[in-house]
Design a protein around this ligand. Structure first.
Ligand code: SPV
Ligand code: MG
Length: 439
C-alpha cells in the first residue's frame, strides 16, 4: 500500500488568525502535515521579535486540527529540515517568487528536486486581509508591559539592535514602517528600536540641547510616538538630572513602556557632546554618578527596564583608560549596559575602547552612536563589540535641508510651482497616516 504523502509548511505562527488556519487546512489536503515553526531568532531576523516565544507558539500550533506534528526551524533557510523530513510537498504563499525571498524559494525547489518533491504555492493577494489582521493584532499587543520588554528580548535574539531617532509621530511612523529588501541577508531589514534624542527633541522645538526641554515635554514627545508605533524605545535621558528626580523619572518611564534610559556622566551646564572639547564638558565625579545609577536601579519596579551609563570621557578628552575605569564602576553600581561616545571622525578611540572593554565583559550590552565616525559599518562595529547602534539625529538632519530649500525656493520664485518636484503631492500627504480615510 502506498504511504500517505507528506507536506511541510513553515510559519512564524505568532498571532494566530483565520489566515493561518486556512493555509494549514489547505496544506493538509496534500497529505500528512508537518509545520516548521520558526525559532525566535529566525522570526527576529526578518521582522519584529515574536510576541509569543517559541515554546508558546509551538504549543498552540501542535494543538491545531490537521497538524500531524511540529518541528523547529532554526533559520529562514528550509534546507536543514527538508533534508531530514524529505517531504513530498512544501507549501508557501506565491509572494516569495519576487524579491529577496526568491533566493530561499530557489533553494527549496532545488532541495525538493533531490527526491522529486514539489513546491505548492497559494495565491498571496487573497491574503492581504490577513496581513491587515496581523498588523491589527500586533497593535493590540502593544501594552506598556509588552513594549517595555521588547528591547531586552531583541538583545537576546539579534547580533545587534539598530535604532533610529524619532522626534514626533510622523518620524516615529517612518522608523516603525520603513523596510527594505536586503540581498545580504535574503530577507527584509528594518529598524529595531526608536531613539528619543535630546538634541533632536530640543532642535525641533527651536531650543538648545542644554536640558532646557524638561521631562514633562520629553514625556509628551514619548507619548506622541508611542501612540503610533510598537517598537521599543530608548530615551536619551541627558545627565539624568538630580538623583532624587531621576528615581521618580525611572518609574514614570517604566509605566509608559519605555525600554531603556541612557544617562551621561557629565555635570554643570550641559553641552551637546558633538561640540567635543570646544565646549566645557565637565565630567561628573564617578562615585556620584555610580550612586545615581544605583539609586535608579533601586527605584526600578519592573524586571525588564534598563539603565545605561553613557561614558563621556572621550568627549571631555579624559581618554580611554578613564572611560574603562568608569565603565567598571557604573556596571558594579548596577548599570545594565554602557554607551561609549566620541566626536572624533576616525572612530579609532571607540574601536580601541570596545576591544579593551570586551576583554573585561563579553555580555554587557554596549551602545554606540556613530554620527562622527560614520564610515564604519554596523557589521564592523558589531564585530568590535557594539550591540546597539544608534542613528542619533538623521531624520532631523535630513528634514532640515529639505524644508530650508523649499522655503528659499518659494521666496526666490514668488510662487510655489517650482517646488512641486521636491514636495509630496497633497493627495498623498492627506492620506499618509494609516487609518486615515482614503481618497
Ligand atoms: C542626542 O542625540 O541627543 C545625543 C547624542 O545625546 S549626541 O548628540 O551625539 O551627543
Ligand atoms: Mg543628547
Amino acid at each position: 500500500m502506498k504511504e500517505k504523502k507528506t507536506v511541510y509548511l513553515a510559519m512564524s505562527a505568532d498571532l494566530i488568525h483565520s489566515g493561518h488556519i486556512g493555509i494549514i487546512e489547505e496544506a493538509a489536503k496534500y497529505g500528512e502535515l508537518t509545520v516548521g515553526i520558526l525559532s525566535d531568532k529566525a522570526v527576529a531576523s526578518y521582522r519584529r521579535a515574536p510576541v509569543f516565544d517559541y515554546e508558546t507558539r509551538n504549543k498552540i500550533i501542535s494543538n491545531i486540527k490537521n497538524v500531524s506534528r511540529t518541528v523547529r526551524q532554526e533559520t529562514l533557510d528550509y534546507t536543514e529540515n527538508l533534508m531530514k523530513l524529505k517531504p513530498d510537498y512544501v507549501m508557501h504563499g506565491d509572494n516569495w517568487k519576487v524579491g529577496v525571498q526568491s533566493i530561499v524559494r530557489q533553494k527549496v525547489i532545488e532541495t525538493l528536486g533531490q527526491w522529486g518533491g514539489k513546491l505548492i504555492e497559494v495565491p498571496y493577494d487573497e491574503r492581504s486581509e490577513f496581513i491587515k489582521m496581523d498588523a491589527e493584532a500586533c497593535a493590540l499587543f502593544n501594552t506598556p508591559d509588552i513594549r517595555r520588554k521588547r528591547l531586552k528580548t531583541l538583545l537576546g535574539l539579534k547580533p545587534y539592535i539598530r535604532a533610529m531617532e524619532a522626534s514626533n509621530g510622523l518620524s516615529g511612523l517612518i522608523v516603525e514602517n520603513t523596510t527594505i529588501e536586503d540581498e545580504r541577508t535574503a530577507s527584509t531589514t528594518e529598524y529595531d528600536a526608536i531613539w528619543i534624542s535630546s538634541l533632536c527633541d530640543s532642535t525641533f522645538k527651536g531650543k538648545p540641547d542644554i536640558e532646557l526641554v524638561d521631562i514633562t515635554s520629553r514625556i509628551n514627545t514619548i507619548n506622541e510616538i508611542m501612540e503610533v508605533t510598537t517598537k521599543p524605545m530608548i530615551l536619551d535621558g541627558d545627565t539624568g538630572g538630580r538623583t532624587e528626580h531621576f528615581t521618580f523619572n525611572v518609574r514614570t518611564l517604566e509605566r509608559l513602556g519605555v525600554s531603556a534610559v541612557i544617562i551621561e556622566d557629565k555635570t554643570g551646564p550641559k553641552h551637546n557632546s558633538l561640540f567635543g572639547a570646544d565646549a566645557d564638558q565637565i565630567l561628573e565625579d564617578p562615585v556620584v554618578f555610580a550612586n545615581k545609577i544605583a539609586a535608579g536601579k533601586k527605584a526600578q519596579v519592573t524586571g525588564e527596564f534598563m539603565i545605561f551609563a553613557r561614558l563621556e570621557s572621550l568627549i571631555a578628552g579624559a581618554g580611554i583608560e578613564d572611560a574603562l575605569q568608569r565603565a567598571k564602576m557604573y556596571i558594579k553600581a548596577g548599570a545594565d549596559g554602557i554607551m561609549i561616545h566620541s566626536q572624533k571622525t576616525d572612530g579609532k578611540e571607540v574601536a580601541e575602547f570596545l576591544k579593551e572593554f570586551r576583554k573585561y565583559s563579553n555580555d554587557i550590552p554596549v551602545i554606540v552612536a556613530p554620527t562622527s565616525y560614520n564610515h564604519m559599518t554596523e557589521q564592523e562595529l558589531n564585530e568590535l563589540g557594539a550591540n546597539i547602534i544608534i542613528y542619533a539625529n538623521h531624520l532631523l538632519r535630513s528634514a532640515y535641508p529639505a524644508m530650508l530649500r523649499t522655503a528659499r525656493k518659494i521666496l526666490e520664485c514668488g510662487r510655489s510651482k517650482e517646488v512641486d518636484g521636491d514636495v509630496t503631492p497633497i493627495k498623498e500627504i492627506i492620506t499618509l497616516i494609516p487609518g486615515e480615510r482614503q481618497v
